[in-house]
Design a protein around this ligand. Structure first.
Ligand code: DC
Length: 224
């Protein structure tokens, strides 16, 4: 029997999780699973179908009607909801605003976690999110908790948005990131938290390459 290896990368918005996770996955030929994109897709669908983001059972009912596919391509992960490409639609300010509320409902999280575990069983994989080390994959071989100052995280998001040709305002991003940190860390169900056995990496003054190298070293470290 071959053992599937899973790596969990958690941390607040803009800590560099997805960029780093994608590069580590490429280097190790692992599957990259962006769990935030799944919550974003549901938030987008809720906006489209005018479902109240405070209503957990309505959101769960909506989730039951949709398939979410994450397809890794050279340029990044493409996200499809019921075969509709929503890759850029799930990154708007409106989705940013609603997604923490969508992600706060227990019924939604239980279903998402189940879908994420299924994906993680497809092969060696690296998942990024908020609760991967604490809930989704408590037995992951390696757990990393990435952090960085709010200012640096806002600057990074700003550059990303500009690169994608999307409108961006760094001061607004700082406020939005601080707000999202608060909502993600204080929600009752599976709040953003470092797992007790996770390795914490503060990326404030590290380059992407430094963080990727540090994680690859951790993956290769001998098991004691
Ligand atoms: O990583 P991101 O910014 O794309 O995440 C979008 C939102 O989804 C964010 O508010 C936190 C939430 N999320 C979560 O609660 N659990 C996860 N495993 C991933 C994301």
């Amino acid at each position: 029997m071959t053992t599937i290896i899973n790596i969990a990368i958690d941390g607040p918005a803009g800590a560099g999780k997805s960029t780093v996770a994608k590069l580590v996955a490429e280097h190790l030929s692992y599957l990259y699973i962006d769990t935030g994109a799944m919550y974003r897709t549901l938030a987008y669908a809720a906006i489209q179908h005018k479902v109240d983001v405070q209503d957990g059972s309505a959101l769960k009912a909506l989730l039951d009607t949709i398939t979410i596919q994450l397809i890794n391509e050279e340029e990044g992960t493409k996200v499809f909801v019921n075969d509709q490409d929503v890759t850029t639609d799930i990154r708007t300010a409106e989705v940013n605003q609603y997604v923490p509320q969508v992600a706060s409902h227990e019924a939604v999280r239980l279903e998402m976690v189940e879908r994420q575990r299924k994906l993680a069983m497809e092969g060696n994989s690296i998942l990024d999110g908020r609760d991967i080390g604490t809930h989704v994959l408590p037995d992951a071989k390696l757990k990393v908790f990435l952090t960085a100052s709010v200012d640096v995280r806002a600057e990074r998001r700003h550059e990303e948005q500009i690169k994608k040709g999307m409108p961006s305002n760094v001061e607004e991003l700082k406020k939005e990131i601080a707000k999202r940190d608060e909502l993600d860390s204080t929600r009752a169900v599976a709040p953003l938290r470092k797992a007790s056995d996770a390795v914490e990496l503060d990326t404030t003054s590290l380059s992407i390459a430094d963080v990727v190298d540090a994680i690859i070293d951790l993956v290769k470290r001998p098991v004691l």
